[in-house]
Design a protein around this ligand. Structure first.
Ligand code: UGA
Length: 432
């Protein structure tokens, strides 16, 4: 099939490369000329394991193309995926849909025969209705069908999540589109993915409800972790103990810092706004947002407690600054609040991240990027493990760190308490 992905961000690029790998002809379109040029030369704008190889392979065998010409690319394709960003609007909780509507108008101009227009970006309920309204102002309804097909890809695991999805959700009442899309996804369905055809509005809501539920699950376990710290119970035992109940499920029950990234913070806010718009108080999700926002100050209080209120002039090392491991994405990472706050209190912060130095910390006094783990922690009073990269999982702290009585604060519970005790390391985890 001939597919056109509009927007070569995370969703568009990963989905485009994966669809090409399944044998489709895919053109990825972006208005950023430099980005498209770099992609043609095999330079991938994001860090995602396996993506570079997949892009190069499919670009070389000509199933994957890159273009800045939206009109020509749309005209040649049967299925158009809108994959542009829907960030939170400045100073509000609304999703900014300006890019969605802008490309909708551009697509409209190139509809020359029947096209399926899909929102893969996360869009609030009724956005599909709006897109349909905009296009039908200039094109007859028999020439197009607007469908919702949300993505459930995690950064760092995106290719695997694309190839082995739990489910594929298609929101349309148009049987012709449904048949074509079921065929497009048939290689994944035959490997066990469940295919769900529902209404467009339901599909849009499934995406928000999924992310909000996962954010709730994480926030729940984080609050139980707070209780565990007070009563001397290990949160890992609780996660296993409740997660083995199939009604609960064991995934997304890892306690840690505040959840971050480009999706959960944005989508929880947007669903609350949708609730308000339809006069429905989503009070549970509102509490989740609040609890998560407070979490970073709880972590900072804990640092203060660990260092007995003496943060000034302490050498603090931060391992991992992105919002989670296996990504270079800094969006809504709790390090963005923690590092400046510690530096402001007079700590000297050395940080290391496998995806390199971060521009945002360059201008902060007393914050230094180190090229490797050893340099970052050598003279540490306190090591904060912020993300769970494999690189951080077997550090020989005692042989690297020169300071006596150094402390390790492990925000991802990577290390076992008993091993650290055996090694005589002053160790703190989350919910332990
Ligand atoms: C999330 C969803 O998991 C994807 O299904 C969805 O497609 C994506 O958003 C999106 O809407 O595009 P992502 O933001 O890449 O994916 O990352 P997650 O792996 O879900 O992690 C989100 C946050 O939750 C991170 O800060 C992570 O550290 C935290 N988390 C996750 C925990 O603290 N504990 C857990 O057990 C799991």
């Amino acid at each position: 099939m001939k597919l056109c992905m509009i927007g070569t961000g995370y969703v568009g690029l990963v989905s485009g490369a994966c669809f090409a790998d399944l044998g489709n002809d895919v053109v990825c379109v972006d208005k950023d000329f430099n980005k498209i040029n770099r992609l043609k030369n095999g330079v991938i704008p994001i860090y995602e394991p396996g993506l570079e190889e997949l892009v190069k392979k499919n670009y070389n065998n000509k199933r994957l193309k890159f273009s800045t010409d939206l009109n020509k690319s749309v005209a040649k394709s049967n299925i158009i995926f809108i994959c542009v960003g829907t960030p939170t609007k400045k100073n509000s909780n609304f999703a900014d849909l300006s890019q969605i509507y802008k490309v909708t108008k551009e697509i409209r101009g190139s509809i020359n025969k029947f096209k399926i227009i899909i929102t893969k970006s996360t869009v609030p309920v009724t956005t599909g209705d709006q897109i349909e309204k905009i296009i039908s102002k200039k094109k007859p309804k028999k020439l197009f069908s607007v469908v919702s097909n949300p993505e459930f890809l995690r950064e760092g695991e995106a290719i695997r999540d694309f190839i082995y999805p739990d489910r594929i959700v298609i929101g349309t009442n148009n049987s012709r589109s449904n048949k074509i899309l079921k065929n497009l996804y048939s290689p994944l369905i035959s490997k066990g993915a469940k295919y769900i055809n529902t209404s467009r509005r339901a599909s849009e809501l499934i995406k928000y409800a999924s992310n909000s539920f996962l954010a709730t699950k994480i926030t729940f376990i984080n609050e139980i972790a707070n209780l565990c710290e007070k009563i001397g119970v290990d949160i890992e035992d609780i996660s296993i103990g409740i997660g083995l109940d199939k009604r609960i499920g064991g995934r997304f029950l890892r306690a840690g810092p505040a959840y971050g990234g480009s999706c959960f913070p944005k989508d929880t806010k947007a669903i609350v706004t949708t609730g308000d718009k339809f006069k429905t108080n989503l009070s549970l999700i509102k509490s989740v947002i609040k609890s998560n926002q407070k979490r970073t100050s709880l972590m900072l209080d804990k640092v203060n407690e660990i260092l007995k209120g003496r943060i000034k002039n302490k050498n603090i090392s931060f391992l991992g600054v992105t919002f989670k491991a296996n990504t270079d994405d800094m969006r809504d990472s709790s390090s963005l609040l923690m590092i400046p706050s510690l530096a402001k209190k007079g700590a000297k912060v050395n940080y290391y991240d496998p995806t390199g130095e971060k521009k945002i910390f360059k201008k902060i006094k007393n914050v230094t990027y180190c090229e490797n783990i050893n340099t970052a922690i050598r003279f540490s009073d306190l090591v904060i493990i912020h993300t769970e990269w494999n690189d951080f999982k077997s550090i020989n702290f005692n042989s690297v760190i020169k300071k006596k009585n150094f402390i390790v604060y492990d925000l991802r519970n990577i290390y076992s308490h008993s091993k650290m005790k055996k090694d005589k390391i002053n160790y703190f985890g989350v919910g332990r």
